[in-house]
Design a binder for this molecule. Structure first.
Ligand code: CMC
Length: 393
């Protein structure tokens, strides 16, 4: 009943008005609050980008200092969280730990769950941006059986994260500034992407009035899937499976075969029908990181470059406008930095948290906001009567 527009996958539904991120998929343009992603990645840093996404303008020097101070002050998590972590199996996927631990923040920080209180909302957003690196590093340390490393608030946001992941007891750890800058840039690239599946999930969860920690946990759950944030992990596994550039042709043929469910991971995008601008920056970052680490020949990079070259010249991919997306090169870079594949989507979640929060705030502060409640086209049985069990066949 009812006349609804049927739009599976919401390919032509605008679910909200937003002033945060603009994408022109045909031209391959991505702007945060009007600023091109290329300029932010080149000249900005991640916390400045967070400020921009949250408040709409790039910060002045004083505003930035104050913002960095507030984020830095909130990097610790309650010590009881360590017991929560200890309840997981040792081999738990870190994304499972993230879904649970970020959701659990609502049970630890009651004083920032009242969404009708502006101050509480502000504290919640700072807490979330500040604590995500700590939780992500804890998830990693737990998975490899090493003790947690406490935040070092003398370091910048990304260097502190690297230290929490890679420092080990009784050994001095020095952050490599080139790697830290590269990872910071990767965070900028992932910070927001308008109404993608996980952001829409956060908005939908938030539209019921759920607290922000619970909403972000919902976003993390959605991001995990291989069609979304999980593609970086899937892309690296695929490159490893292809193994050598000579095998690329076989896999490209499989991706084109209608009867084979195989897809090239890290290729294609719902919105970009041109080269994903983030993928270009990511490709440069990959080279920079491999150079810094003295990795002259990475077989995965050789496979990736060959695959990209072949696919971009192939009629199937040209006709369907399938180009590399951000996830195509990010795995190679993160692996070279020392992250295991299971952490890739966690890093995506860490960086996307600010986008989720900015979008959540925009929704909460929008006077026309209503609970999200899609309709359906019902195609099930018409009315029928209950039959006692003995009379059913
Ligand atoms: N390899 C081979 N064929 C593909 C691919 C691919 N990676 N992506 C799309 N196609 C084909 C698909 O088979 C379909 O063909 P046809 O029209 O003949 O049925 C056509 O292109 C359109 O695909 P679609 O699935 O209808 O498009 P969509 O907008 O629903 O899906 C996508 C977008 C990103 C889910 C899809 O391109 C895909 O599965 N890519 C691989 C996974 C991936 O890299 N995801 C990361 C996306 S970017 C980061 C993020 O969002 O987190």
């Amino acid at each position: 009943t009812g006349a609804f527009t049927y739009d599976p996958g919401f390919t032509s539904t605008a679910s909200c008005e937003s002033k945060i991120t603009f994408i022109d998929g045909d031209q391959g343009i991505l702007l945060y609050r009007g600023y091109p992603i290329e300029q932010l990645a080149e000249h900005g840093d991640f916390l400045e980008t967070c400020y921009l996404l949250l408040y709409g303008e790039l910060p002045t020097a004083n505003q930035k200092e104050d913002f960095v101070y507030r984020v830095t002050r909130h990097t610790m998590v309650h010590d009881q969280m360590t017991r929560f972590f200890n309840g997981f199996r040792r081999d738990a996927h870190p994304m499972a730990i993230m879904v649970a631990s970020v959701g659990a923040l609502s049970a630890f920080y009651h004083d920032s769950t009242d969404i009708s209180d502006e101050t509480q909302r502000m504290i919640a957003q700072i807490r979330m941006i500040a604590k995500m690196p700590t939780l992500a590093a804890m998830a990693y340390k737990y998975s490899i059986g090493q003790p947690f490393v406490y935040p070092d608030n003398s370091l910048d946001y990304t260097s502190n994260f690297l230290k929490m992941c890679f420092a080990v007891p009784c050994e001095e750890y020095k952050v490599n500034p080139v790697l830290s800058r590269a990872l910071d840039r990767i965070f900028i690239l992932h910070a927001d992407h308008e109404q993608n599946a996980s952001t829409s999930t956060v908005r939908l969860a938030g539209s019921s009035g759920a607290n922000p920690f619970a909403c972000i946990a919902a976003g993390i759950a959605c991001l995990w899937g291989p069609a979304h944030g999980g593609a970086n992990e899937a892309a690296l596994k695929m490159l490893a499976e292809i193994g050598t550039p000579e095998n690329v042709g076989k896999y490209v043929a499989r991706a084109k075969d209608k009867n084979d469910p195989f897809r090239l991971m890290g290729f294609g995008h719902r919105v970009y029908k041109n080269y994903d601008p983030r993928a270009r920056i990511m490709q440069r970052t990959t080279h920079e990181v491999l150079n810094e680490l003295g990795i002259k020949d990475d077989p995965l990079l050789d496979v990736a470059l060959e695959l990209e070259q072949i696919a971009l010249k192939d009629e199937y991919f040209i006709e369907k406008k399938l180009y590399p997306n951000i996830d195509f090169y990010s795995g190679i870079t993160l692996k070279a930095m020392g992250f295991p594949t299971s952490m890739f989507t966690v890093l995506f979640a860490l960086a996307r948290t600010v986008g989720w929060i900015a979008q959540w705030m925009e929704m909460i502060e929008d006077p026309s906001q209503k609970i999200g409640r899609p309709r359906q086209l019902y195609v099930g049985p018409t009315r029928r009567d209950y039959m006692p069990i003995g009379q059913r066949n």
